[in-house]
Design a protein around this ligand. Structure first.
Ligand SMILES: Nc1nc2c(c(=O)[nH]1)N[C@H]1C(S)=C(S)[C@@H](COP(=O)(O)OP(=O)(O)OC[C@H]3O[C@@H](n4cnc5c(=O)[nH]c(N)nc54)[C@H](O)[C@@H]3O)O[C@H]1N2
Ligand SMILES: Nc1nc2c(c(=O)[nH]1)N[C@H]1C(S)=C(S)[C@@H](COP(=O)(O)OP(=O)(O)OC[C@H]3O[C@@H](n4cnc5c(=O)[nH]c(N)nc54)[C@H](O)[C@@H]3O)O[C@H]1N2
Ligand SMILES: [Mo]
Length: 759
């Protein structure tokens, strides 16, 4: 079955979208959620420990902590997220005795999550409709047996979500490669892969180049395709500081998101009482996918300004010394035409010229972005065009300037640094070989989309997920569910119940693990893991709560034990030592991964250490040895008449595939997630009433009709021609083969749909 009926649905109520974010209601809201899940003591213990030097890295997002010394450096949504993990509710073997898998399969994502923390390893045997308890040794033996029985290592898939600490991530990639495959798909493939692809091609490093200090210091910050009020709330405090120091903010988004407009700092009296800071000085309400055209227009204006006053606009010295391809780029950029730009962006020439004037007046410019850019067919060229924009004026490797892809999962960047990548660079494999004495496979492995195709076509037979919720995070839900069900074995290493546990292979295993907030103790010694935030700061994370159950193992333990059983015939690696002592893992990391020298000592310093980004030393590790200007073909998204371009996004009360409530407070939507936001002009045009019931019907070039039934229409100020609805309910509409060029990221922000009156 495809779309799950949402049984939690209450009565929809809609009010005007909020123009401000955070403040007292936000914090009260988080505490309310925390106390619904857990006791006062546990809530206090967890929340007071978030983002302290000796505390827990907030798993809510990858935004860095300012100095990590302030008490209560957490935000509303981080607090909700931690409380959700610290819940006192438990999923026990009894629970599985009374609920068949087929029954659980019909429950909503929210219901499954609400059942609480997983407590014991469980197995669903072939032909059975129930999970039953299984011991750790037998469970891991079963997985090892299935892996060893495969016709080749590439029939196995090792998926991760960016929750994994560095130590577990390093061991997982080591295990997969010692087993013989680079099949390491991860959530990044659906997230910032387009950023990594574009930045690697142009700058030679796939990461952001700025620090929090840079952000504070910037003259002009672009926030493009991102909803920080909900998804990176602490970023608003940083932008507030930028503004306090005289910097300006340009927001580019089809939606007037609350946090972009006004922000009330929840931990400052001013925030509590005052009107808050206006964040966006300029708001460009852009058409979906219009960002490429916008930056092409800004680049054309820069070239023309330089023509008018030679030597005053471009940084010729920087261009000559550090870049290549400028002449070809400039020639191409001059072909940009205004009618195209205005149609693609939906903006006026005056709006773009106003931003251009601000650009000219600014020396230090930072561009931040997230899923509004990466999840488009032309996401990679769009980000490359942003790099062109910055390179023209030497805006990289200089304080207060640079690129800032804002990451999602708290350690998604670190996992890639540790080698969770289906396309590992040759130098990384060489370093592994030197350290561990075996030859890792050289060919590329499968990313998320390729992994689904391989399961669908019978080329992959064992799926192991370390964290995440593969079946709900991925596109084309019906295809993906069938693909997973056709596996011989599906294994989920998880903290909480989700739909990836109910969509099973012949045999299915649930292996419960410690969460970030759980204490990790072995032989009386408390252990910590390490993570890397969106700005390349590496630091420790220590859980403080008694583990959710005595049967839980850490991710490191599970991976090390499984690897030892699976690789009994070699290569010989010290898995027992790794399990016993995370320092031993970190020692190996320090010898394999550049920037981690003396890892164990440096990470114990308060706040940890920042990984160098070569770009900031004007070192560009591209084949040309320089930063690369690119020519990007003008692209515009168009829906056929009577259709809209639908983006799938997050509500204020969800964490990725896990909705906490039916509400989306800042957008004024309450009581239902099965809503679609549409501009009133389009409603009039389509003859559909505000509040009407519709099916969303996806149309794509493969001619397959994809349907998400039973949505309520909400009249909303989104850009005309576009619509918005929540993920994961709408993943059924995203075609598996509709992916971004180069990065292969599903185009979750551009699904062409028509609205049909619900039957
Ligand atoms: N509370 C909370 N925090 C989270 C998460 C969560 O689910 N809940 N998820 C985490 C993860 S993994 C990630 S990746 C991040 C995601 O963080 P975001 O990228 O902020 O998440 P989305 O909800 O997908 O929002 C996309 C934004 O881009 C805009 N947008 C859509 N299409 C376009 C376009 O064509 N152009 C422009 N300019 N804008 C566009 C949308 O209107 C929306 O504001 O958040 C992380 N933090
Ligand atoms: N249509 C559409 N699809 C999208 C997106 C979109 O915007 N639109 N966004 C994409 C993005 S940006 C991302 S990052 C992916 C997210 O994809 P995933 O990372 O796969 O999904 P999550 O919802 O973050 O996973 C939640 C589950 O992780 C498990 N978990 C939580 N904490 C831990 C832990 O500490 N250890 C372990 N082992 N397990 C844990 C819990 O069991 C929980 O149910 O979804 C992508 N899919
Ligand atoms: Mo993400």
């Amino acid at each position: 079955m495809g779309a799950v009926e949402d049984r939690d649905e209450g009565r929809l109520s809609v009010s005007a979208p909020k123009e401000w974010a955070a403040g007292v209601p936000g914090v009260a809201h988080a505490l309310g959620y925390a106390l619904g899940q857990t006791s006062v003591r546990r809530a206090a213990l967890t929340l007071l420990n978030v983002n302290q030097d000796e505390g827990l890295d907030c798993p809510g997002c990858a935004w860095p902590e300012p100095g990590r010394r302030h008490l209560n450096e957490y935000c509303e949504n981080g607090a909700k997220h931690v409380a959700d993990e610290a819940t006192t509710r438990r999923v026990t073997p009894d629970f599985f005795r009374s609920h068949a898998v087929s029954e659980l399969d019909g429950k909503s994502d929210q219901w499954l999550n609400r059942q609480g923390r997983l407590t014991e390893p469980m197995v669903k045997r072939p032909g059975s409709d129930h999970y039953e308890p299984i011991g750790w040794d037998e469970a891991l033996g079963l997985v090892a047996g299935e892996l060893r029985r495969l016709d080749g290592p590439d029939e196995a898939l090792f998926y991760t979500s960016g929750r994994l600490g560095n130590e577990a991530a390093f061991l997982l990639q080591l295990f997969a490669r010692a087993f013989g495959t680079n099949n390491l798909p991860d959530c990044s493939n659906m997230c910032h892969e387009s950023s990594g692809s574009a930045l690697n091609q142009t700058l030679g490093t796939g990461k952001g180049s700025v620090s929090l200090d840079d952000l504070h210091e910037a003259d002009l910050v672009f926030v493009v395709g991102q909803n920080p009020g909900t998804n990176h709330p602490r970023m608003l405090s940083a932008l507030e500081e930028t503004k306090r120091r005289g910097g300006r903010v340009v927001a580019v988004n089809p939606l007037p998101e609350a946090g972009l407009m006004r922000f009330k700092h929840p931990q400052k009296v001013r925030g509590v009482l005052g009107k808050g800071t206006q964040i966006a000085d300029v708001f460009l309400q852009i058409r979906p996918g219009g960002d490429l055209a916008l930056f092409q227009a800004l680049n054309l204006l820069l070239l023309q300004a330089e023509d008018a006053a030679p030597g005053t606009v471009l940084d010729r010295e920087f261009i000559t010394a550090h870049t290549t391809g400028f002449a070809e780029f400039a020639e191409h950029a001059r072909l940009t035409t205004w009618p195209d730009v205005l149609e693609a962006t939906g903006l006026t020439r005056e709006q773009i010229e106003d931003v251009h004037a601000r650009v000219l007046a600014s020396k230090k410019i930072i561009v931040c972005w997230a899923m509004g850019l990466t999840q488009h067919k032309h996401g990679v060229p769009t980000i490359r065009e942003i790099v062109n924009f910055l390179l023209m004026r030497g805006g990289l490797g200089r304080p207060g300037a640079g690129v800032c892809p804002v990451r999602g999962h708290s350690n998604v960047q670190g996992d890639r640094t540790m080698g969770i990548w289906e396309k590992p660079p040759a130098w990384f494999l060489k370093a592994l070989e030197k350290e561990f004495g075996f030859t890792p496979p050289a060919g590329h492995g499968m990313d998320t989309v390729e992994a689904i195709r391989a399961m669908r076509d019978g080329r992959a037979k064992v799926f192991l997920g370390v964290g995440g919720n593969f079946v709900r995070a991925t596109p084309d839900s019906e295809v993906t569910e069938a693909a997973l069900r056709s596996c011989r074995l599906t294994v989920q290493i998880s903290t909480k119940l989700n739909r990836s546990h109910t969509v099973c292979g012949d045999t299915a295993l649930i292996l419960p693990t410690l969460g970030r907030s759980d204490r990790d103790v072995r032989d009386g010694v408390e252990r910590f893991v390490t993570v890397e935030d969106s700005m390349s700061q590496v630091h420790t994370s220590r859980g403080k709560l008694p583990p959710a159950s005595e049967h839980l193992l850490s991710e490191v333990s599970i991976i090390a034990r499984l690897a030892r059983l699976t690789l009994a015939d070699g290569p010989e690696l010290p898995w027992e030592e790794f399990e016993a002592d995370y320092d031993a893992v970190r020692d190996r990391i320090s010898r394999v991964v550049p920037g981690f020298e003396d890892f164990n000592a440096r990470v114990r310093e308060p706040g940890g250490f920042r990984l160098p980004n070569p770009v900031n030393d004007h070192v560009f590790n591209t084949p040309q040895g320089k930063a690369v200007f690119t020519r990007n073909a003008f692209t515009m998204l168009k829906a056929p008449r009577g259709h809209l371009i639908l983006q799938t996004l997050r509500s204020h009360d969800q964490w990725n595939t896990v909705p906490y409530t039916e509400n989306d407070r800042y957008r004024g939507i309450k009581g239902s997630r099965r809503v679609v936001m549409v501009n009133p002009l389009d409603l009039a045009d389509l003859g559909i009433a505000d509040g009407g019931r519709v099916d969303l019907v996806g149309v794509w070039e493969d001619g397959v009709e994809r349907r998400a039934p039973g949505f309520t229409v909400v009249s909303y100020p989104t850009t005309p021609g576009s619509a918005a609805a929540y993920y994961p309910e709408t993943n059924v509409l995203v075609p598996l083969d509709s992916v971004a060029d180069v990065s292969n990221t599903p185009t979750s922000k551009a699904v062409v749909v028509r609205l049909e009156a619900a039957s």
